[in-house]
Design a protein around this ligand. Structure first.
Ligand SMILES: Nc1nc2c(ncn2[C@@H]2O[C@H](COP(=O)(O)OP(=O)(O)OP(=O)(O)O)[C@@H](O)[C@H]2O)c(=O)[nH]1
Length: 345
C-alpha cells in the first residue's frame, strides 16, 4: 500500500518480474487491486493496492483488506513531501491492527537513490519519529513498525523484501541453524539461501550481512542464469533450475538423466581477491550461494559432502512442512465431514 506514484507496482515488477528499473518509468497507474500468486518454496500472494483508492471508505471491507495476511508493506516516496503519506500510514496501521494484530508492518522509505547518505538517515529518523509519536498519541506505541531504505535502482529493494519474507517463514530458525552448521564445518565465510526466481534470500547464517557480500552473491545468480540461458541445454536455468547443471569452470555437467543429478546445478567463480563464490542448486526453487577463502576450498571433498547433508536436511524441512500442511488439511476435512454428519443426523 501507499500513495499514488510512490513506487508500489515498480517494486513488484522489479522483484518478481525482472523488469529493468528504468522501464518502470513507463508503468501506468494501477486502478484496481492486483493480486499475484508467487509459486516458490512457499506459495504466497502479493497484492498491489492502487494509491488512488481510498480503502477507508465504508464500501471496502476491512476484514477482506487486512484480514488473513502476513505482512503489510507501506511504500513512502522519500523524494516527495511525505506528510500526507504519513497520515495515511497512521490510518492504515490503526485500522489494520484492529482487524489483524498479528500483521507485521513494514515501511519502505522508497526512491532513496536520489538522496545523499546523510539525508537518507535524516529522512528515516524523521519519518520514524513522526509515526511513532502519532501512534503514541493514540495509545498504540506497542505496535511495531519496521523501516527500510529502498530503491529499485540497487539491491536494497531485494534485501528489504528478503527480510519481509523471512518473517513469514516459520522454518527460518531451522534454516539459519543449518546454514550455521554448514559454514562452521566447511570454512565458509558467508552463505545465503536464495529463491532463484526473485533473488530474495530466505535465510543466511548468523554472521553479520555486509552489503558487498550480499550484492556479489545476488549478482552471481544473474550471471549463472544468463550463462545457462545462453549455453545451457535447457532453455532457462530459472524455469528449469532443477534440470540444468552449469559449471563455469569449463565443463558442463551431466543434465539430470536421473533424479540424483537433477538438482545438481553448480558453479564456481574465483575472485581476484583470493575469495571463491560458490553456487549450488538445492531444489527446484532454491540455491545456496556462499563466499569462502580459496585456501579453504582445497578441502572441497568435505565441502561437497557437507553440502549434500545440508541439501538433504533442507529437503526434510520442507517435506515435514508439506506433511504438516496435508495433515491439517485432512483434519479440517475430517471436521467438515463431522459437521456434515451432525447436520445430516
Ligand atoms: N528514482 C526512483 N524512481 C522510482 C523508484 N521506484 C519507482 N520509481 C518511479 O516512480 C514512478 C511511479 O511508480 P509506480 O510503480 O507506477 O507507482 P505506484 O505506487 O504503483 O502508483 P499507483 O499505481 O498510482 O498507485 C515511476 O515513474 C517509477 O519509475 C525508485 O526506487 N527510485
Amino acid at each position: 500500500m501507499g500513495q499514488r506514484r510512490s513506487g508500489k507496482s515498480s517494486i513488484q515488477k522489479v522483484v518478481f518480474h525482472k523488469m529493468p528499473a528504468n522501464e518502470t518509468l513507463f508503468l501506468e497507474s494501477t486502478n484496481k487491486i492486483v493480486k499475484e500468486d508467487i509459486t516458490s518454496f512457499i506459495d504466497f500472494q502479493v497484492w498491489d493496492f492502487p494509491g488512488q483508492i481510498n480503502y477507508f471508505d465504508s464500501a471496502y471491507d476491512s476484514n477482506m483488506i487486512f484480514g488473513d495476511y502476513g505482512a503489510l508493506i507501506f511504500v513512502i516516496d522519500a523524494q516527495d513531501d511525505y506528510i500526507e503519506a504519513l497520515n495515511r500510514l497512521h490510518h492504515t496501521v490503526t485500522r489494520a491492527y484492529k482487524v489483524n494484530p498479528d500483521l507485521s508492518f513494514e515501511v519502505f522509505i522508497h526512491k532513496v537513490d536520489a538522496l545523499s547518505d546523510e539525508y537518507k538517515i535524516d529522512t528515516q529518523r524523521d519519518i520514524q519519529q513522526r509515526i511513532t509519536d502519532e501512534l503514541a498519541d493514540y495509545d498504540m506505541e506497542h505496535v511495531r513498525l519496521n523501516f527500510y531504505l529502498t530503491s529499485i535502482y540497487d539491491h536494497s529493494i531485494f534485501e528489504a523484501f528478503s527480510k519481509v519474507i523471512q518473517k513469514l517463514i516459520p522454518q527460518l530458525p531451522t534454516l539459519e541453524n543449518l546454514l550455521n552448521i554448514l559454514c562452521a564445518n566447511s570454512g565458509i565465510e558467508k552463505a545465503f539461501l536464495f529463491d532463484v526466481n526473485s533473488k530474495i534470500y530466505i535465510a543466511t547464517d548468523s554472521s553479520p550481512v555486509d552489503m558487498q557480500s550480499y550484492e556479489i552473491c545476488s549478482d552471481m545468480i544473474d550471471v549463472i542464469v544468463d550463462i545457462s540461458e545462453i549455453y545451457g541445454r535447457t532453455n532457462s536455468f530459472r524455469d528449469d533450475f532443477d534440470q540444468s547443471q552449469t559449471d563455469t569452470n569449463g565443463h558442463t555437467g551431466d543434465y539430470g538423466t536421473t533424479t540424483e543429478t537433477a538438482n545438481d546445478a553448480s558453479s564456481l567463480i574465483k575472485l581476484n581477491n583470493g575469495m571463491i563464490l560458490c553456487l549450488r542448486g538445492v531444489n527446484r526453487f532454491l540455491a545456496l550461494v556462499c563466499l569462502l577463502r580459496s585456501d579453504n576450498f582445497e578441502k572441497h571433498g568435505l565441502i561437497d559432502y557437507n553440502f549434500q547433508c545440508f541439501k538433504e536436511a533442507i529437503a526434510d524441512v520442507f517435506e515435514l512442512k508439506r506433511r504438516n500442511a496435508e495433515r491439517m488439511k485432512h483434519e479440517r476435512m475430517g471436521l467438515i465431514e463431522n459437521v456434515d454428519d451432525s447436520v445430516g443426523g
